[in-house]
Write a new protein. Structure first.
Length: 365
């Protein structure tokens, strides 16, 4: 029997972590002479107080859903995929090649092919460190970190060379054809004279990310492969005794993880920038780690955590724009949330375990 109930682990621990992060963030804002209540109100209004704010919040959340799911799948196989950043870069390359060199008559045809291109490029990139761990014993954390740097260097080489249009100055590809442009929320939900989500970058890829959540849930909890992944993650020796191949699980888990991270590119590359630019991932691969930790590697938890971090990103941008709070301090606030929900998780869990254990003993007496 678990010391702490599952509902407390899934709900109570993250809520307490967020409260502690919020209190500490308020003290930091107060220390620089700003009003934490006014700052919190501005963050809420800027992130979810209008369709414009929601459009940006859900745009960021879409990126974090894909990378959070990628990390979660690897977590279930007890692997720490820190290569989401590089895999998303290669996914962007796959999207760019598809959109630049295949003439599509409509975005509805371009989107599934772009998803395949993004997933394929990122999956191949993730398969290399997976093979090195499965066959050569290389640690997945070290190799995926190194592959982030290699992906960045490769993308830089391509964007300042063969993929850069003639006469262009910035390291980016040409604009994709208009027929590949994904409809935004403004295009989808605006009727009459008053448009909603005006100018916000949220687009149909958000719905693709929701489908990805359902697909990952079905894979992990409703298929034989998912059972094997979870069994291997719980005990490698027991899984091997049951006839489960470690090489198979490592390779398949990392390939799926990489493919999910790569699919992020349909949002930021195809949906928002409509071209591949240098630095388009913007740290979303690393935020995915915090999202997976906070969401307990469950698709529903990942979805909620991704929306929270989307809120922090958009609310932080509003704080930087309308207050004297420096952008660096906003990053500190985001880091506090990550720290309490990830690194200091046991600091909250251990006292709760003692409380529930005492309650259980009193109930037994």
């Amino acid at each position: 029997m678990d010391v702490i109930p599952k509902w407390a682990d899934a709900v109570l621990v993250p809520i307490i972590s967020l409260i502690l992060a919020a209190v500490l963030s308020a003290l930091v804002i107060l220390a620089i002479g700003e009003d934490p209540v006014a700052a919190a109100k501005l963050m809420v209004e800027g992130a979810i107080g209008s369709t414009y704010g929601w459009g940006y919040t859900l745009y960021y959340a879409t990126n974090f859903i894909f990378t959070g799911l990628a990390v979660s799948v690897a977590f279930h196989a007890r692997m720490f995929n820190i290569g989401g950043e590089g895999q998303a870069m290669l996914g962007g390359l796959g999207v760019a090649l598809v959109c630049l060199y295949i003439p599509f008559p409509h975005w509805a045809l371009a989107l599934p092919v772009a998803i395949i291109g993004a997933a394929a490029f990122a999956a191949i990139w993730a398969a290399i460190p997976a093979y090195l761990q499965a066959k050569r014993g290389s640690h997945i954390v070290i190799t995926t970190i190194m592959f982030n740097f290699i992906a960045a260097a490769l993308l830089n080489y391509l964007l300042v060379g063969m993929l850069k249009p003639s006469g262009a100055m910035d390291p980016a590809t040409a604009k994709f054809a208009a027929t590949t442009h994904l409809p935004t929320f403004q295009d989808l939900f605006s009727w009459g004279e008053k448009p909603v989500f005006r100018g916000a970058p949220a687009n149909v890829s958000f719905f693709v990310s929701l489908l990805a959540c359902v697909a990952v849930w079905f894979l992990i909890w409703r298929t034989r492969l998912g059972f094997e992944i979870r069994a291997y993650g719980e005990s490698e020796s027991a899984a091997k005794y049951a006839g489960i191949s470690p090489t198979k699980i490592i390779m398949i888990s990392m390939i799926i993880s990489g493919a999910l991270a790569g699919c992020m590119a349909i949002n930021n590359v195809m949906g928002e920038a409509e071209r591949l630019v240098l630095g388009s991932v913007e740290g979303a691969g690393f935020i995915g780690i915090a999202v997976a930790l906070m969401g307990r590697s469950h698709p529903l938890g990942v979805l909620l955590a991704a929306i929270l971090f989307g809120f922090l990103y958009q609310g932080g941008a509003e704080l930087a724009l309308w207050t004297n709070i420096p952008r660096e301090l906003i990053i500190v606030i985001q880091a506090l949330v990550i720290m309490f929900t990830g690194a200091l998780d046991n600091m909250i869990r251990m006292p709760l375990e003692k409380i529930f254990l005492m309650m259980r003993k009193e109930g037994a007496a």
